[in-house]
Design a protein around this ligand. Structure first.
Ligand code: ADP
Ligand code: MG
Length: 819
């Protein structure tokens, strides 16, 4: 996608300025010297009419007028007119200020001469070609900027818009009439061709093309060129060549040749003339109104849209642009009333203040590029910081799917406890971790709800219609409690934790029976909601209604995936006795495990716990011994230091020697004795510690084995109790194979051959600091093995053989043709 150019626009307010108003008097041989006089400052013009002058000139009593303007251009060359009137406006346009120059006056007074000049004589060229020349000259003087120039030429005749440059070969013919459109970028004429000009010469060609069209149109369309307004617009856009500069400026210069201001409709006009007159008079007076309104700060509404002229010039009149009015007048006495009228207009314009402002915009494309550059720089900077802080392998790029999946897995592991903490890498990763927490949470909520929905009909607490219906049916009372439960045996469908029910030996299945009992009596009974608001299940807003005939303990989301995914595989009819004792859905493994430990696994569990107690005891002892060793070591050190002090003292005093024997004082002697004793203690304790360490390793091994055995037994028990159909179990039981007998501890320690190898490896790797114990434990292990082997054999012969049915687990789903 191509970045759109930014529409934001900054307008820098400048100081307030007045509209500049000039008067240009057309040279004449019959200049009315007695009536028109100019002030010495060349800025004022006085009109004096003799009281009993010719009839019809003025219709009021006033005979003297004085107009103060910004300049009087009398006998002024095109050159000086341009310098006075236009030069500054054009110059400021290149700095971003819009500018408008208008010629106002009666037909023949020199508006077109002033604006366009004669196209035959270069010297007599007007403001328009000179402005183009100045623009291109200034562009040359500004190599720091890339400046584009475009032009358009619009004619407004009888409130209709004409494109004076539409005849150019590359301008597509458009049948749709042009219209004035307001957009965030400003006002523009839809359908008006705008032409890019790279050179002064091209710009001139465009100007001449427009002039020619203007004259041709006046013939072919029978329209009087002096009755139309012509607006030649130069559009400027300046971008700094320094790419870091994101700002750019736009401006336009409107050069307006207005229609003749003479009051046409006065007498006898009809038909087209009347129409023209009406339009001109109106548009010129609207122009005046608009400019006056713009100058009035208190006015909120400026009537731009009253006519095409003001609408098209909306962003180029008064307000925030530089504005110049040239009143073109005759110097002849005969034209004095129109001259007066034009001067009045000019002086009114002069009072108006404007506040020219720069049109500054932001180049979005450039901004993006610059920000990208800065980003790269900052990343490099970060990389340097990371390498200084030894934080290798940290990237700051957006995460890809694999990385996000990894974080998701980390979060899941963190939640189920298999991951202790999630390392912080960077901000992006932290954000993603939080994000994944959200994802996992919502998935879990959905899972809970889905599993509830599989079992129950959920009614939204806010769904009053449904609740009323249920209440009407008499299934729940107003509070939402089940009707008809007087014995208190109704139970929540939601589901007391499995382990929470009273369970002693053999209670497991019984308790299921207890639970299902009342419901087999009252099929389809609605149960009260046992979930209280505020409980963590997201469905707490909904009521639970049983839709299944058989209700059993529902599994809460278990951390054990196996359990939560295992679907009931027993399809049984509640009427058959033997099967009503089994739940249709296996209980969650975690709670079943608790049950198992109290029941069939109690013996293994007892042994397991015993071993664990021994292990913990040995660990505690080892730690105590280690502490003792440390304190002995400290004492040895202090004793040594004291002895050293004594020795130095003795040496300083001069040693006593008696027949080759060194004589020491009692204090030093006691210290030596103490040191000897401590060293002995140290050796003893150290030996104890090494023995303890060896024992700990061994006990740990036993505990691990026990745990493994406990889990295996549990799996078998679980399959038997909940998963394998009982009719399948019968033949198996006949062969006495599927029920594992409880094996004594010694059996649990009977190791397979490779286990033995492992044990040996462990011993030699973890007990290097007490090699003497290895042989001891090797011997002990062999003895245990021997004993366990004979015991196992005996139990096989006497009682049920106890093959470990790892095979059974596999068979349970494939070989038994389960439904
Ligand atoms: P307008 O456009 O106001 O109707 P024009 O500019 O067409 O008037 O002027 C009418 C005629 O007078 C033209 O032939 C023009 O060359 C001439 N003219 C106007 N002003 C001057 C001037 N200052 N010096 C020389 N000739 C002029
Ligand atoms: Mg004209």
């Amino acid at each position: 996608m191509k970045p759109r150019k930014d529409k934001r626009r900054i307008i820098k307010m400048g100081t307030r300025k007045k509209v500049h108003a000039y008067v240009r008097v057309k040279p004449t041989d019959e200049f009315a010297y007695e009536m028109i006089t100019f002030g010495e400052d060349n800025k004022s013009i006085d009109i004096h009419i003799k009281k009993d002058g010719r009839k019809g000139i003025v219709n009021n009593q006033q005979t003297d007028w004085s107009f103060k303007l910004d300049g009087v251009l009398h006998d002024a060359s095109q050159d000086s007119v341009y310098d006075t009137v236009a030069k500054e406006v054009v110059a400021q346009a290149l700095d971003g200020y819009n500018g408008t120059i208008m010629c106002y006056g009666q037909t023949g007074a020199g508006k077109t001469y002033t604006m366009t000049g004669t196209t035959e004589n270069y010297k007599h060229r007007g403001i328009l070609p000179r402005a183009l020349q100045q623009v291109f000259r200034m562009i040359e003087e500004r190599p720091t900027h890339s400046i584009t120039v475009r032009v358009s030429y619009l004619e407004i005749y009888n409130e209709t818009l004409f494109d004076l440059l539409s005849t150019l070969p590359y301008v597509g013919n458009s049948d749709t009439p042009m219209s004035i459109v307001e957009s965030p970028q400003g006002i523009f004429v839809k359908g008006l061709s705008v032409h890019m000009t790279g050179r002064e010469e091209d710009a001139f060609s465009l100007l001449f093309e427009g002039e020619t069209n203007r004259i041709i149109a006046s013939h072919t369309m029978n329209k009087n060129s002096s009755r139309s307004h012509c607006i030649f617009t130069i559009y400027i856009e300046a971008h700094s060549r320094s790419l870091s500069d994101e700002k750019y400026i736009t401006s336009k210069i409107n050069l307006v040749d207005l229609a003749g201001s003479e009051r046409l409709g006065k007498t006898g006009s009809e038909g087209q003339i009347l129409k023209e007159a009406t339009y001109i008079n109106k548009s010129l007076s609207f122009l005046e109104q608009a400019i006056i309104a713009l100058g009035d700060r208190k006015r909120e509404h400026v009537p731009f849209r009253q006519c095409k002229l003001t609408h098209a010039l909306k962003d180029s009149l008064g307000g925030n642009c530089n504005m110049v009015i040239v009143a073109n007048v005759y110097g002849d006495a005969t034209q004095l009333d129109e001259t007066l009228s034009s001067l009045r207009f000019a002086s009114r314009m002069k009072l108006i203040t404007t506040e020219p402002a720069i049109n500054e915009k932001y180049d979005a494309e450039r901004m993006v590029k610059n920000l990208e550059k800065e980003l790269i720089l900052l990343k490099q900077e970060l990389a340097i910081h990371d390498s200084l802080a030894n934080r290798a392998m940290v990237t700051y790029d957006p995460m890809d799917e694999v990385q996000i999946a990894e974080i998701n897995s980390q979060v899941r592991r963190y939640l189920d406890g298999s991951l202790e903490e999630i390392d912080i890498i960077n901000l992006r990763q932290i954000q993603e971790v939080f994000n994944q927490f959200k994802v996992v949470l919502s998935q879990q909520e959905q899972e809970v709800e889905a599993s509830l929905r599989r079992k129950y009909t959920l009614i939204d607490r806010n769904d009053y219609a449904a609740i009323t219906a249920v209440q009407k049916a008499g299934l729940v009372d107003v509070e939402g409690n089940t009707v008809g439960e007087t014995d208190g045996q109704g139970f929540g469908l939601g589901i007391a934790p499995f382990s929470a029910k009273p369970g002693k030996k053999g209670k497991f299945k019984k308790s299921f029976r207890d639970l299902t009992g009342p419901l087999t009596k009252k099929e389809g009974l609605l149960s009260p909601v046992s979930l209280k608001d505020g409980e963590s299940l997201s469905t707490s807003r909904t009521q639970l209604l049983s839709s299944s005939k058989e209700v059993d303990v529902k599994d809460v989301p278990s951390r054990d995936r196996e359990a939560s995914s295992s679907e009931p595989i027993v399809s049984d009819s509640p009427k058959e006795d033997s099967r009503t004792t089994r739940p249709s859905t296996p209980p969650p493994k975690l709670s079943a495990f608790e049950e198992f430990k109290n029941e069939r696994g109690s013996e293994i569990n007892r042994i397991f716990k015993q071993n664990k107690t021994i292990l913990n005891d040995r660990r505690k002892k080892a730690s105590e011994t280690a502490q003792r060793i440390n304190s002995i070591k400290r004492e040895i050190d202090t004793t040594k230091e004291a002895l050293d002090v004594q020795k130095t003292f003795r040496e300083e005093q001069g040693e006593y020697e008696n027949k080759g024997l060194m004589i020491i004082d009692e204090e030093e002697f006691l210290l030596i004795l103490r040191l000897k004793e401590l060293k002995k203690q140290y050796r003893g304790e150290y030996q104890d510690l090494r023995d303890l360490k060896a024992e700990i390793q061994y006990c740990q091994h036993l505990v691990d084995q026990c745990r493994q055995r406990l889990l295996t037994e549990f799996d078998i028990w679980y399959n038997e109790s909940f998963l394998i159909p009982e009719d399948v179990q019968v033949p198996l039981k006949a062969k006495g194979s599927i029920k594992l007998g409880l094996l004594p501890l010694s059996k649990l320690t009977s190791l397979a051959e490779d286990d033995e190898d492992k044990f040996g490896q462990i011993q030699s790797s973890v007990l290097p600091d007490c090699p003497e114990s290895v042989s001891f434990y090797n011997a002990r292990m062999k003895l245990d093995q021997k004993q366990s082997y004979s015991k196992t054999m005996a139990s096989f012969q006497n009682k049920k053989p106890g093959p470990i049915p790892a095979v059974l687990k596999e068979k349970s789903t494939s070989d038994y043709n389960l439904p």
